[in-house]
Structures are given as structure tokens and as C-alpha cells.
Design a binder for this molecule. Structure first.
Ligand code: XUL
Ligand code: CO
Length: 438
């Protein structure tokens, strides 16, 4: 059998003090953290579009990525070879899951039927490789943003024929996700938004988006797909304004259109940052609504204003993410998908391994830190204590809806000025920092 990464041995755990470059220092897949091994807590996935299809170009320069297994053609043979290379990569990295767009794995053909035929041919290889390696599909999706027909959007296009094409594509992408036993299916509205309100009927576009998602739910039931449906918020890029701008906007939209019971959210760090929120904020907003489904794990570049999709190497942030994941009781269908690309300067195949090792070790450390913070308990205890006055009779009556404004008036008049206490933020940050270790 051909080896696509002949210079790389399977990555093994070598312990925190190891200095070798191609080992895990923190990620030990079977190591128990509380009730589960690390691999089950973290459910790592690699993104096909970045790992296999990203040429590492930028607006000023051509792609630099070296991909010796890829002849650069749009042939099915090439697509199948690429799929085999991908699974060797997953195996050597010890990554159990992956995610793809339909057009990442197979080329678009001339018309719907030809495109579906292309996809089926590569899906056969994906199924074979899943069976050979034991890797699973975390989620599938349809690419509704690259082809010029989607220039005005897909389900929010001004053209009904484009809406129909988008529907056909999603139908097929759901079919193959289902056939591959996918745990989920993502809707990311890459061009579901606008560049200018001067030419946009926003109300009509939003109603169409809701109709589209209802059709997807109906089809899901029709084919018996049991995986989760996720919406992935992002405020901008490629459009000026995207309708799924952040977690709160998505939740409101889903509620308004009677879709909330069918969807949860796939939260991406760099998208949260573009929306002007902390990642933890987006995760917590989703979790409070019982709608935290999955995570696209990457980070932005704080002093830049676009989606840099860097591999996550920030221990502090990974700890915050894992605190939210543990707080919801862990992933069910979701996981940590590295929706991340190497820098253009990191163009050798082995850089794919360096990048994923960075992300996996960072999140393993984040998981351990988060579990330790919860076990130590002083931050949670501080929060409970901070709100302890709400455990009084007055607090109970307010929270249960019994108290009126007149009750508050009577109470406030009888007590004088309330004593306020410090929020102790800096002390809490010091406690948090005690647990961070790379
Ligand atoms: C784009 C992005 C997408 C989605 C899937 O910013 O995050 O790759 O994750 O379509
Ligand atoms: Co993403």
C-alpha cells in the first residue's frame, strides 16, 4: 500500500517533558479525566477542507502547500487518492473524526446528476477508509458559497432557481452524511447575508432561509437521519453582514421560525471573535439555551480583523472552552473540529502534523486544567457566594414570579442602602492561572 506520509511515524504520547518534535506531550488518548478517557471528552476532528484542500494561498500570492499525493487535477482518481492520504493522516495523528463539505471531497460535475455521481464515487472510498481505520464522520455539509451561482447567496438568493440548486445540493450532502453514519450535519451560511441593503429584501430572504431549514428537517425525517443539525454562526466574511451573526441571533431566528427543537449550534472561536464576543460568551449563550452542539476549534489573530483560522495554541482559551464543555456534561454528537489552517509559510506535509499536535496538546491541557478548576471548586464557590442574597425569601419570591414592584418598594424602603462587595476579578484570574500548564 502507498504511504503518503512516509517520513512520519504514528504520533505517540511521550509525556510533558518530552522534547521530541513529533510526539504528544499532553494528549494521552486513554488517560481518564473524571469519568471518561481524553479521546471521548475531546472528540477531535480534522477538517478535510483545510487539511487536504487548502493550498495556502492568500490574496497576494499563490498556494504554497506541498501535496505530493495530489496531481492538481479535478479527476475522480485524484479525489480518491486524496481521500486515502487523508485517512493515513488521521490514523498517524490518532484523530478519530473528520468533517467535510461535499465539494471538498469530490469535484462539481456538469449539472446536478454528474455532481452526485462524482460524490458517490469518492464516498465509496471514504466508507472503505472509515471501515479500515475506525475513523468516523463528525459532520458533513454542503459548500453553498464557492460556485458563482451562489454569488447572491444560496437559500437567501434573490433567484428561486439558485434556491433550488442549493436544496438539491443539501439533499445529496445529507444523503451521503447519513450513508457514512455521520453524527451531525452543519449549516454554515457562507453567503446567507448581504453586501448592501440597497438591493436586499431582508425579510423575504430570512423567510426563505427558514423555509429552507424546515425542508431540511422534513428530509431528515424522511431518510431517517438521526444525527444532529447544527447552525454555525459567523457575523461577516464573505458577506458584509451574515444573518447567522452570533449565537444569540441564531437562537432568536430558530425560535421565531419554530426550528429551535431541531437545531443546536456549532460555535467557532474565530467567528466569536469577529462578532466581538469572547468564545466563552458564545459557548455559554448556547449552553444556557440547551443548544451547544459542537465546536470549530481554532483561534484568530487578535490584532487582525478577519478569519485567520489559526490552529489553537492558546492554553487559557482552551481551558475556558473545556470549562463550558464540562459544564454541559460533555459532547454527545459534537466534538472539537480543527477548522484551522497552517500559515502560508508552513507548507510542508509534516506541518500538518505539527499543527494538529499543537491543537490536540493544547486542548488536552485545557481539559485537565478545566477538570482541576472544577474539582478545586473555589471559583464556583465564589460565584455561588456572590449570588447568595438571592437564596433569601425575597430572592425566592422574585425568582418565582411572586413579588411585585410594590413589594420591592416596601422592602427597599425598610432596609436603607445595600452593602456592596468586591467582584474580586483579579483574584479569580490568579486562581485560574494556577491551573494553566503547557
Ligand atoms: C468558514 C467556516 C466553514 C464552516 C463549514 O468560516 O467556518 O468552514 O465550518 O462550512
Ligand atoms: Co467553521
Amino acid at each position: 500500500m502507498t504511504e503518503f506520509f512516509p517520513d512520519v511515524e504514528p504520533i505517540r504520547f511521550a509525556g510533558p517533558d518530552a522534547t521530541d518534535e513529533m510526539v504528544f506531550r499532553r494528549y494521552e488518548r486513554d488517560r481518564m479525566v473524571d469519568d471518561k478517557p481524553m479521546c471521548e471528552h475531546l472528540r477531535f476532528a480534522s477538517a478535510y477542507w483545510h487539511t487536504m484542500r487548502n493550498p495556502l494561498s492568500d490574496p497576494f500570492g499563490v498556494g504554497t502547500a506541498q501535496m505530493p499525493w495530489d496531481d492538481g487535477s479535478d479527476s475522480i482518481d485524484n479525489a480518491c487518492r486524496r481521500a486515502r492520504a487523508f485517512f493515513e493522516f488521521l490514523e498517524k495523528c490518532g484523530i478519530d473524526h473528520y468533517c467535510f463539505h461535499d465539494r471538498d471531497v469530490a469535484p462539481e460535475g456538469d449539472g446536478v446528476v454528474a455532481s452526485e455521481r462524482n460524490l458517490d464515487a469518492v464516498v465509496e472510498v471514504l466508507a472503505e477508509e472509515q471501515a479500515r481505520t475506525g475513523a468516523n464522520l463528525l459532520w458533513g455539509t454542503a459548500c453553498l458559497f464557492t460556485h458563482p451561482r451562489y454569488v447572491h447567496g444560496a437559500s437567501t438568493s434573490c433567484l428561486v432557481d439558485v434556491f433550488a440548486h442549493a436544496g438539491a445540493q443539501v439533499r445529496k450532502a445529507m444523503d451521503v452524511t447519513h450513508a457514512l453514519g455521520g453524527a451531525g450535519y452543519v449549516f454554515w451560511g457562507g453567503r446567507e447575508g448581504y453586501s448592501s441593503l440597497l438591493n436586499t429584501d431582508m425579510k423575504r430572504e430570512l423567510d426563505h432561509l427558514a423555509r429552507f431549514l424546515h425542508m431540511a428537517v422534513e428530509y431528515k425525517h424522511q431518510i431517517g437521519f438521526k444525527g444532529a443539525f447544527y447552525i454555525e454562526p459567523k457575523p461577516k466574511e464573505p458577506t458584509t453582514h451574515q444573518y447567522d451573526s452570533d449565537a444569540a441571533a441564531c437562537l432568536n431566528f430558530l425560535r421565531e421560525h419554530d426550528l429551535l427543537e431541531h437545531f443546536s449550534l456549532n460555535i467557532e472561536t474565530n467567528h466569536a471573535e469577529l462578532a466581538g464576543h469572547a468564545m466563552r460568551h458564545e459557548l455559554q449563550v448556547s449552553r444556557m439555551a440547551g443548544a451547544l452542539g459542537s465546536i470549530d476549534a481554532n483561534i484568530g489573530t487578535p490584532n487582525l480583523g478577519w478569519d485567520t483560522d489559526c490552529f489553537p495554541g492558546n492554553l487559557y482559551l482552551a481551558t475556558e472552552v473545556m470549562l463550558e464543555v464540562l459544564a454541559m456534561g460533555g459532547f454527545t454528537t459534537g466534538g472539537l473540529n480543527f477548522d484551522a489552517k497552517r500559515r502560508r509559510e508552513s507548507f510542508e506535509p509534516r506541518d500538518l502534523f505539527h499543527a494538529h499536535i499543537l491543537g490536540m496538546d493544547t486542548f488536552a491541557a485545557g481539559l485537565e486544567a478545566a477538570a482541576a478548576i472544577i474539582a478545586e471548586g473555589s471559583i464556583d464557590a465564589f460565584i455561588s457566594e456572590r449570588y447568595a442574597s438571592w437564596d433569601s425569601e425575597l430572592g425566592r419570591r422574585i425568582e418565582s414570579g411572586e413579588a411585585t414592584l410594590s413589594d420591592l418598594h416596601a422592602h427597599a424602603s425598610s432596609i436603607g442602602e445595600p452593602a456592596v462587595v468586591s467582584g474580586r476579578q483579579e483574584r479569580l484570574e490568579s486562581i485560574f492561572n494556577r491551573f494553566i500548564r503547557g
